[in-house]
Design a protein around this ligand. Structure first.
Ligand code: BTN
Length: 250
């Protein structure tokens, strides 16, 4: 262990619940005993889950795999994409603090150059149109330096910076940035969050070839992301096509 995971306190405290191995930190976080700002962190997952039913694999003890429970004080379900934005920004803020320049691949993969360094899986409970509880699962590749062939597009902080990182310190920084970004959210600075998110967006304003689920390809340029998280791509004739998650790949 590079450092014990303990309670994290900046302006506010996070309760850390450390496990050597479990199935999935997102699953564990679903237990009602875990409350706002509790974090389930594990050195290894046997059933790590990714977006769209994918699995998440990670070399035991090398990376950060955690799930943060947030009870977002009546945030409207229609604005849930803001949670995606603030965690994506917090991760890129953290990487920037280590002088690692990263971008956000819509909707919420974190990239360094053209490789993925982190993935995010958010699962929300909604009641009467409001988010009552959000589980924000993060897999951040920290010290892993070798990846299986099927993860050829993966990278880590260590590969990029050519040194090892103390995972507990990385998590502490990330939580502190998350507190700052949460303040922006609760203060109603949503324009600021959305602008920061777009300014870090991978391939924004850059012509690129996109792929539809039926295999069709088209040229276009990412121009904006809507409040509800849809991607707006300008096509060759100047029209804007709008996509939900999994409706377009790039
Ligand atoms: C993705 O990019 O597909 C999302 C990956 C999310 C992985 C993290 S690891 C911690 C948490 N627990 C899980 O089972 N998944 C998330």
């Amino acid at each position: 262990m590079d450092a014990p995971f303990g309670k994290i306190c900046g302006d506010e405290c996070y309760g850390i619940h450390y496990f050597k191995e479990l199935e999935s930190t997102n699953d564990m976080a679903q237990k009602p005993k875990y409350k706002h700002k509790d974090i389930i962190v594990s050195d290894a997952q046997t059933k790590g889950r990714g977006q769209g039913g994918n699995t998440w694999t990670s070399e035991p003890g090398k990376n950060l795999m955690f799930s943060m429970i947030i009870e977002p004080n009546g945030l409207q379900a229609a604005k849930q994409f803001l949670l995606s934005e603030i965690i994506s920004l917090s991760i890129t803020d953290t990487l920037a603090s280590y002088k690692i320049k990263a971008s956000i691949k819509w909707p919420n993969d974190i990239y360094i150059k053209d490789k993925k360094v982190a993935g995010i899986l958010i699962e929300n409970e909604v009641q009467a149109g409001k988010i009552t509880r959000s589980i924000i699962g993060v897999g951040l590749n920290v010290n892993q330096t070798e990846f299986d062939n099927e993860l050829a597009h993966a990278t880590s902080m260590s590969i990029m910076a050519d040194r090892e990182f103390n995972r507990s310190k990385v998590l502490t920084r990330l939580c502190n940035y998350f507190s700052l970004r949460s303040e922006q959210l609760y203060d109603g600075d949503t324009k600021w969050i959305e602008d920061d998110y777009f300014s870090r967006l991978y391939l924004a304003n850059t012509p690129h070839t996109f792929k539809l689920p039926d295999g069709t390809r088209f040229r276009g340029t990412i121009r904006s992301v809507s409040e509800s998280g849809e991607l707006n791509i300008e096509t060759h004739n100047g029209s804007i096509r709008t996509f939900l998650f999994k409706e377009v790949a790039f």
